[in-house]
Design a protein around this ligand. Structure first.
Ligand code: NAD
Length: 446
């Protein structure tokens, strides 16, 4: 069977590799570099920045811990290493493509029909097509949104120097990650968030506590702030916004627009093909198939969970359907992390969602300050919260922030996937001393 995949991000290239492993003949079409947004202008370069930001924060604490260091920060080296990391991983994907005999076609794809893709004027025919063309940064329809100095999450990764003052519009995942990074790099950072809390879709308790923790690091965060315009002023830009106390403004050298991403719907001639989509994204069924049989769509272009790992598993679901294989992937259990300092992570139902559904729940909490490993690391900011159904003790969700939260949350993702109960979690022995014991402590706080 021949399969054509359009897009080389985690939705596209991972699916291509898996399809090739299963003996399918795979053509991967991309008009951008291998690895897509995640590798080239998203998760990976951002995490390289995060690593540096973490080192800087560690060094700030070193003296109090008895180590005298004289840190000097060369931002050009950070940029160099970020690029080297991206290149290394991109080369790795290139090698995978060659090893798996995947045909990579560079160019912009358009769909001719449910079997045919046109690239650079040439026709490629497949038995199935998977669309994985991702998303692009969204902007606000406000005056000044296109002024020089107003940048996206892609452009902030290539700034030649650290801005003295950074204003961030949007206190979502991207906004907070860059706020946290650039605060460590030395910028004065202000975040303006429209919703009453940062990370609006996250557990409110977690969002409030994380806001306090970021505030303690000196990041100014204004919630319930409606940005009204960006204006050029002497020496920079001024971002005006409305709060319940009236109009206010913050001045900055750079303004990061981080108000979400939108599905890349313009990339293909979807309407001509009769492929159904909404303003949010392409419409698919549970097997990731569009209304046109044989054409599938996965990842950010669906406008649902814009997460690299969600895209990868959606691709796997599509492939399983194509190959006639059943799977037990549970799309209700998708862990997500926010790589701020401290780091935050979430999986499953929030307290608010459970209450909206009228479920009787209990919330079990523990604090990193009572965790021996966190104390040894001098990294005790944070908490962990488990959501448990009163009725049958079923685990419903976990929300935490603190050191290595993104790794810790995986345990609960596995348990949610297996529909485990609190009693089952309580009987799992956790190694001591580990940060993962925050889960055990929360579970035993019942
Ligand atoms: P987001 O939806 O997470 O956050 C956007 C924020 O902007 C929201 O909090 C929203 O309330 C706010 N906003 C919207 N309009 C506003 C306005 N007029 N004024 C002020 N604030 C406004 O989107 P994002 O942070 O841009 O990220 C895009 C996608 O990429 C998300 O789906 C995110 O999950 C994903 N992503 C994930 C990771 C990760 O997993 N670590 C990292 C980066 C991005």
């Amino acid at each position: 069977m021949r399969i054509i995949i359009i897009g080389a991000g985690p939705g596209g290239y991972e699916t291509a590799v898996e399809a090739a492993k299963r003996g399918l003949e795979v053509t991967l079409v991309t008009d951008g570099p291998l690895g897509g947004t995640c590798l080239n202008e998203g998760c990976i370069p951002t995490k390289t920045f995060c690593h540096y930001a973490g080192l800087i924060e560690e060094m700030k604490k070193a003296e109090a811990l008895g180590i005298t260091a004289a840190p000097a920060f060369d931002f050009s080296k950070v940029l160099e290493r970020k690029q080297a990391v991206v290149q290394q991983l991109q080369d790795g994907i290139g090698m995978l493509m060659r090893n798996k005999l995947i045909t990579v076609v560079e160019g912009h794809a358009s769909l001719k029909d449910a079997r045919t893709v046109i690239v650079n004027g040439e026709e490629y025919v497949g038995d199935k097509i998977i669309i994985a063309v991702g998303s692009v940064s969204a902007s606000l329809p406000i005056p000044g949104a296109d002024l020089p100095g107003v940048i996206t999450s892609r452009e902030i990764l290539d700034l030649p120097e650290v801005p003295k003052r950074l204003a961030v519009i949007g206190g979502g995942v991207i906004g907070l990650e860059f706020a946290s990074i650039f605060k460590s790099f030395g910028s004065e950072v202000t975040v303006l968030e429209y919703a009453p809390t940062i990370l609006p879709r996250f557990d409110v308790d977690l969002a409030k506590r994380l806001k306090l923790a970021l505030g303690k690091r000196g990041i100014a965060i204004e919630t319930a702030a409606q940005v009204t315009g960006i204006y050029k002023v002497d020496g920079g830009l001024s971002v005006t916004y409305l709060t319940k106390n009236g109009e206010a403004a913050v001045e900055a050298d750079k303004v990061l627009m981080a108000v979400g991403r939108r599905a890349n719907l313009d990339a293909l001639n979807l309407s001509d093909m009769g492929i159904e989509f909404t303003r949010r994204g392409i419409t698919v069924d549970a097997n990731m198939q569009t209304n046109v049989p044989g054409v599938y769509a996965v990842g950010d272009v669906l406008g649902q969970m814009m997460l690299a790992h969600a895209a990868t598993f959606q691709g796997l679901r599509a492939l399983n359907h194509i190959c006639g294989e059943a799977d037990s992937i549970d799309f209700a259990v998708i862990p997500a992390a926010v790589f701020t300092m401290p780091e935050a992570a979430t999986v499953g139902m929030t307290e608010e969602e459970a209450k909206e559904k009228g479920m009787a729940i209990k919330c079990l909490k523990s604090m990193f300050r009572a965790n021996g490993k966190a104390v040894s690391m001098d990294d005790t900011e944070g908490f962990c919260k488990l959501i448990v159904a009163e009725e049958d003790g079923r685990l419903l969700g976990c929300h935490l922030f603190g050191p290595h939260s993104a790794d810790i949350v995986q345990e609960i993702a596995a348990l949610l996937n297996k529909r485990a109960t609190l009693a089952e979690l309580q009987s799992v022995i956790h190694a001591h001393p580990t940060l993962g014991e925050v889960i055990q402590s929360a579970a035993h706080s019942a």
